[in-house]
Design a protein around this ligand. Sequence first.
Ligand SMILES: NC(=O)c1ccc[n+]([C@@H]2O[C@H](COP(=O)([O-])OP(=O)(O)OC[C@H]3O[C@@H](n4cnc5c(N)ncnc54)[C@H](OP(=O)(O)O)[C@@H]3O)[C@@H](O)[C@H]2O)c1
Length: 356
Amino acid sequence: MHMTFTVAVAGASGYAGGEMLRVLLAHPEARIGTLTAHSNAGSLLGAHQPHLRSLADRLLEPTGVDALQGHDVVVLALPHGASGAVAAELAARGDGAIVVDLGADHRLVDSSDWEAYYGSAHAGTWPYGLPELLHAGERTASAQRAALRGATRIAVPGCNVTAVSLGLQPGVAAGLIEPTDLVAVLANGYSGAGKSLKTHLLAGEALGSAQPYAVGGTHRHIPEIGQNLRSAGASQVTISFTPTLVPMSRGILATATARLVPGTAPSTVRAAWQDAYADEPFVRLLPEGHWPTTAATLGANTALVQVAVDERAGRVVTVTAIDNLVKGTAGGALQSLNLALGLDETLGLPLDGVAP
Ligand SMILES: NC(=O)c1ccc[n+]([C@@H]2O[C@H](COP(=O)([O-])OP(=O)(O)OC[C@H]3O[C@@H](n4cnc5c(N)ncnc54)[C@H](OP(=O)(O)O)[C@@H]3O)[C@@H](O)[C@H]2O)c1
């Protein structure tokens, strides 16, 4: 089926916007329309995304509905808090675009979660762009795909949230782990922090060092993980979540553990993860004994997952690797957009990565 669509990208000078453009350029039906930026408006895209040669001469316009309206799809790759107003104004003008938000504004269902972690008024809730999200009672994900088919608004998940949710949700859905005793520790590449100029993001601080951040239950992705695991069937979720910046540009390696329901056989655990992901095009449970690496996911819309039982500790250990900018952002967004447009979910998406 041919279904060419035009896409405007707001925040095209940033990491998420740049990666969105890279995956769109490889999509057979996507045509790149207006590109916008904030402080860098008025300059050429090539000055900020020199790897996107085919778009190097495109002018960055100021972000606003005048520039963004009139496309089939608008992707918002903006700091959180900025996308709600743009989306509302597009709707007020009667613009019929599908709007895809890479930021956090429309992910959370519960306004009090938003207010507690983001401290501003909640912009509302959009269909959640994680096609693999399990719903209670499901062993393989279909309800979330149904929610995304034909959607005109898509809230793309947080990158850490994708990694931790994919790691743990099979055990929650199958009732094999205790969702009130979860621990996740992550190794994160620096691109997850965006292009902002901050001292702790300087090479002098980052190279040769690993540094934790948002320690002690403060990270904004915590309520979103809880929301996803409740979708998978948990009545209550308690998770200790600690990300750690490590000296790599891209990638997330999420190690998430959970107390195993006593008496559960390791073979039952493995079968639950196998059932959940056997038919998933982009999530792969590795053969036993093989462990995910971030390097094996770079550039690909792939999540690599492994699960093991630590019988002495009575815990399930899951390790998930993704590229934060592909499966964790732009690739996941395009996968959901394909569903919204009625296209094959996998169309134009990279399955293979870049290595070494
Ligand atoms: N990086 C990731 O791995 C990742 C993963 C998942 C989701 N996200 C989300 O994607 C969004 C963008 O993140 P990023 O990493 O791409 O950040 P970034 O590299 O800092 O880029 C931010 C973009 O937004 C523009 N911008 C800055 N302030 C603005 C404002 N007040 N109003 C409108 N536009 C503004 C910037 O334009 P100028 O360059 O012209 O200033 C730039 O194009 C965030 O909501 C982030 O949470 C990022």
